[in-house]
Design a protein around this ligand. Sequence first.
Ligand code: AP5
Length: 202
Amino acid sequence: MFNLILFGPPGSGKGTQSDLLVSKYGLVHLSTGNLLRSEIADKTPLGIEAKNFMDKGQLVPDEVVIGMIDNCLELHKDAGGFLFDGFPRTANQAKALDKLLELKRTAIHSVLALEVTEEELVKRLLERGKTSGRSDDTNEAVIRNRFAVYQNETAPVAEHYKAQHKFKAIPGEGTVADISAALGEQIDKVLERQRKEQEAFE
Ligand code: AP5
């Protein structure tokens, strides 16, 4: 099994790159943002509660997103691996994910972090907001709040994975193809290391 986290601030390209990586590596894409937006579209109680936080650029409570991820892992028991996009976003979520994966006798193998400047993020999200219909993309103050929340609550999660020697930063500005190639290069290295470890074990 191969489990990857695509890490990075709002607008850094996690969703764009996830779409390319899941087909290349045969992973199941788990985006908590997409899952929450689908709950909002279905007007479920969870979606109605989550919308209040998302519209302000705040994080949805940990127990809500951890529960969603738990359900998805159960739903895809036979997956060859997962790509987590936008999760974990807090230290509690990272610890919960470790526990959930341990129960399934697996773990996170790599965390790749897309690095993009705040000004480029704001520019990308305001541009997307013209057509995306995402209420959190249209107001610059909300976009900047999402970035501040990322800096305060999510960026520190990197330390959890640095301590496990699983974290690698990747420049997130440039063409989508070049960034995808850089991510692929790093993933191939980790897969090769995994293969060698498996061979040595057998
Ligand atoms: P979520 O949906 O996860 O949004 P996000 O992290 O803010 O990320 P985005 O989808 O905006 O950006 P992205 O990094 O995926 O970039 P993308 O590829 O789309 O979360 C939304 C909200 O849900 C949160 O604020 C929170 O309230 C809640 N939430 C979600 N998960 C949660 C969790 N775990 N815990 C608590 N709350 C949670 O690209 C962005 C734009 O840039 C696109 O228009 C794209 O075309 C463009 N672009 C991409 N790559 C490039 C490039 N190389 N050059 C130029 N433009 C590019």
